[in-house]
Every structure is written in C-alpha cells, then in structure tokens.
Design a binder for this molecule. Structure first.
Ligand code: RB5
Length: 152
C-alpha cells in the first residue's frame, strides 16, 4: 500500500508523527509537505494528496491541519475522493469499512500524537466491507456524476 501524506503549518507536527509511524511500520509513503511551521494555505496541501490518490499513484492519503476540517473539505472537492475526519478509532475503522474512505484527516489542535497513531493504524488495517455499503458509496459517485464530474 502506498500512502500520500501532507499537512499545513497547523498540522505540521502531527504530520511529522504520522510520517514517523509509517516509517516505523514499513508502510510505503510520500511526504508532500509542508516542511516547516511557516504559514501555508491548507487547500494547496490537501489538493496535492487528493490528486495523487485520484490519479491512482497512491492507494490512500492522510492529511493534517489544525482541525482536520479544512483539508477534509478541500479533498472532498476532488471527485472520487472520500475524505473522512476521524478523531477516534471507531470512526476510523467505520470510515474504511462502511464509507471506503480513501483519505483520512486529523487535527493537530484536537488530538495528541498517541491517539492519532492509533487512529492511523486502525484506518490502515480496516478494509471496505462492500455489500450494502457498495450501493451507498455508488450513490455518492452518482451524485458526483450528476454534477458532471468524473470519478475515479
Ligand atoms: C490554520 O490556522 C488553520 O486554519 C488550519 O490548519 C485548519 O485548521 C483549517 O481548517
């Protein structure tokens, strides 16, 4: 599995924790930045990861900002991206099993690195369950098509 990772200045330290965890776990990843706490605009970073996943260069994406909200809103503008803001392990698992979320977002100002690590692990391990959830995710794709967007 290949994971694209990014965060803005508000999520920089959390993104570094995520990178360290992926490194330690032997998960293949690419860090798209940002690389310091110098202010940047979260849509720019979120778009890099969303487009990398959309293109199929990466299987999943992880985005961090202050709250996890701005990067989630941005990533979800890209057709085929299902970004889930998760601050607990139950939601992280369900985001994969039910929603087939291909991007996880978290907020550095909301959770600590320990919980974030558990969330990332739960999210990476969980798999989409298909079945009735397939139909529901297909309906999300249908909404994208209705508004004339291509989906992955
Ligand atoms: C940056 O100050 C902050 O607005 C950003 O990291 C994020 O929380 C936006 O949703």
């Amino acid at each position: 599995m290949k994971v694209a990772v990014a965060g803005d200045h508000g999520g920089f330290r959390l993104k570094q924790e995520v990178v360290a965890l992926l490194e330690k776990s032997g998960v293949e990843y690419q860090d798209f930045g940002t690389f310091s706490e110098e202010p940047v605009d979260y849509p720019d970073l979120a778009l890099l990861v969303a487009e990398a996943v959309k293109k199929g260069d990466f299987d999943r994406g992880i985005l961090c900002c202050g709250t996890g909200i701005g990067v989630a809103i941005t990533a979800n503008k890209v057709p085929g991206i299902r970004a889930a803001l998760c601050h607990d392990t139950f939601s992280a698992r369900a985001a994969r099993e039910h929603n087939n979320a291909n991007v996880l977002t978290m907020g550095q100002r909301v959770i600590g690195p320990g919980l974030a690590g558990d969330i990332v692990a739960a999210w990476l391990q969980a798999e989409f369950q298909g079945g009735r959830h397939d139909r529901r995710v297909a309906k999300i794709c249908a909404i994208e098509k209705k508004y004339n967007c291509s989906s992955r």
